[in-house]
Design a protein around this ligand. Structure first.
Ligand code: BGC
Length: 420
């Protein structure tokens, strides 16, 4: 484990810096997936169509990562492309991903591959998706086929991304496919299916690639805490939220994961009844999410104490079309991350969400999460100024004491780093 002196603003040697993407959000034309069907039926702000056209322009994405001096790129591979019909494997799609990963490696970066990032093959969804009894086995089989093909090009495997977000959006809120509302039983079945799927996928990857393959999963961790207004009696709500959003799923995979991908975007202020996103005065992102960098520290420390496993921060970022807040946001979050390392957590990397602007699910193309801006008419990529600031941090392996000096959030507050 890495230890750092308290006064040192550097990150541990070998700390991994990167950026993340996901197949459906960037590739375009993911026609055999349940998300494509959902969009074509008129759901969400826009259909994904060509997305960021990364299926064709992946080399430009890698060039962005290289230009920023990153050490790792995270992609996901698309199950609906690899197994467009049950049991029919598309080796051309696998070869495409092999090309991409070879491209990342030859640019001198490491690769992180996620096997499932919210989208399902349409045939899988039609037979009940993750609530069906056979789902974990089917996912295990798919994972084995992918692993056999891609082993040589993958440094970090992650099986599934954010079981909690998927269960919430697809089975409780109904804003993502399959569009169920208040189906709590369905959401619990999804947790079970994804946890079992993770376990089988990990076994399949290790069988194909060897025991030493590093297989983790990524999860967005909530930080429930008392809301400024009306939060005095929120302790039971905090316990409930921690259980629902964090422990209920993550405890199921305890003992069967090699590392944990911690993802964090915003906190969850609790009242006596409910979680109050609108609580209090705090800077906000373009999507209205609260900017509370301390939460990154809180979720890392909790995950570390509970699971004692290596942690990579595999997503953290914001929608910021004008790029006015991103540099401040990154610097403040990294200062809290560094404090977590100083306080004993074994955090080995930070991957920003996202490498490029992309299709933000039900919100469509409005929110701009990219280190590079995408022009959706020409599909050109342009590195944002905040990304250059991030690149300087990466190059120095340090958040210098004067980083983002004088910069505030849009509402005039900040910095929001820890007391050093
Ligand atoms: C997801 C991404 C998403 C991001 C921003 C995460 O929940 O993994 O797919 O784009 O957050 O909402």
């Amino acid at each position: 484990m890495h230890r750092l002196p308290a006064s040192d603003s550097r990150f541990p040697d070998g700390f991994l810096w990167g950026a993340a993407t996901a197949a459906h959000q960037i590739e375009g034309d993911n026609t055999d997936s349940d998300w494509w069907e959902w969009e074509q039926a008129g759901h969400g702000a826009h259909p994904s169509l060509r997305a960021a056209d990364s299926w064709n322009r992946w080399a430009e994405d890698i060039a962005v990562a290289k230009e920023l001096g990153l050490g790792v790129v995270r992609i996901s591979v698309e199950w609906a492309r690899i197994e467009p019909k049950r049991g029919a494997w598309d080796y051309k799609a696998l070869e495409h991903y092999a090309d991409v990963l070879r491209g990342v490696r030859s640019a001198g970066l490491k690769t992180m591959v996620v096997l499932w990032h919210f989208t399902n093959p349409a045939w899988f969804a039609a037979q009940g998706g993750w609530t069906s009894v056979g789902a974990p086995g089917l996912f295990g089989m798919y994972s084995g086929v992918v692993a056999e093909y891609l082993c040589d090009y993958v440094d970090f495997w992650a099986t599934i991304n954010e079981a909690n977000t998927y269960a919430l959006k697809g089975y409780v809120e109904g804003v993502w496919p399959p569009g169920r509302t208040r189906d709590v039983l369905g959401a619990l079945r999804v947790y079970r299916g994804l946890a079992d799927g993770h376990r089988l996928a990990r076994t399949a990857i290790k069988q194909a690639c060897g025991e030493r393959a590093e297989v983790g999963l990524t999860h967005v961790f909530a930080w429930p805490h008392a809301a400024t207004e009306g939060g005095a009696l929120s302790a039971p709500m905090q316990v409930l939220w921690n259980w629902l959003a964090n422990d209920l799923f993550m405890d199921k995979v305890q003992g069967v994961t090699d590392w944990i991908g911690v993802q964090y975007y915003h906190d969850s202020p609790c009242r006596t009844f409910g979680v109050a996103d609108g609580d209090g005065l705090t800077p906000r992102t373009d999507t209205g999410w609260r900017i509370v960098p301390e939460g990154l520290y809180r979720v890392i420390m909790r995950a570390w104490h509970r699971y004692q496993l290596p942690i990579y921060v595999t997503e953290n970022g914001l929608a910021d079309a004008t790029d006015a807040q991103r540099e401040r946001f990154i610097v403040d979050h990294l200062r809290w991350l560094r404090k977590a390392i100083r306080d004993g957590a074994d955090v080995r990397g930070y991957l920003h969400w996202s490498l490029i602007d992309n299709f933000e699910w039900a919100a469509g193309f409005g929110p701009r999460f990219g280190l590079a801006e995408v022009d959706y008419r020409t599909f050109s990529r342009q590195v944002r100024p905040s990304a250059r600031a991030f690149a300087r941090i990466v190059a120095a392996n340090e958040v210098a004491p004067d980083a983002a000096a004088g910069m505030t959030y849009a509402d005039g507050t900040g910095p929001l780093g820890p007391e050093e």
